[in-house]
Design a protein. Structure first.
Length: 82
C-alpha cells in the first residue's frame, strides 16, 4: 500500500522522489504514523484507508490470482498496484 501512495504522490506533486513511512502497532487499526517525504518535504498521508481491512479490500487480497501473477509478474497486467 505504501507503494500505491508513493506512486500517487509522485503523480500528484510532480515529484522526483517520494518516500512513504507507515508505522503500525498491535491493537490499532490505523497506522500510528503515515507520512510521505516528497522531494525532502514531509506531508501527512490522507485520503487512503490504511487499516488492514482497507488494504485487503483495495488490493483485492481475498481473491488472489496466483496463476496470472506467477505467469506475468505482479507489476502491470491490471492489478490494483503499479
Amino acid at each position: 500500500m505504501a507503494r500505491r501512495v508513493a506512486v500517487d504522490y509522485l503523480e500528484k506533486f510532480k515529484a522526483s522522489e517520494v518516500q512513504v513511512t507507515l508505522a503500525y502497532a498491535i491493537g490499532y487499526d490505523q497506522p500510528l504514523q503515515a507520512t510521505a517525504t516528497v522531494d525532502g518535504v514531509d506531508k501527512k498521508v490522507t485520503g487512503y484507508d490504511l487499516s488492514p481491512q482497507g488494504i485487503i479490500e483495495f488490493l483485492d487480497l481475498k481473491k488472489p490470482n496466483f496463476y496470472e501473477t506467477s505467469k506475468w509478474g505482479h507489476m502491470g497486467n491490471n492489478f490494483n498496484w503499479k
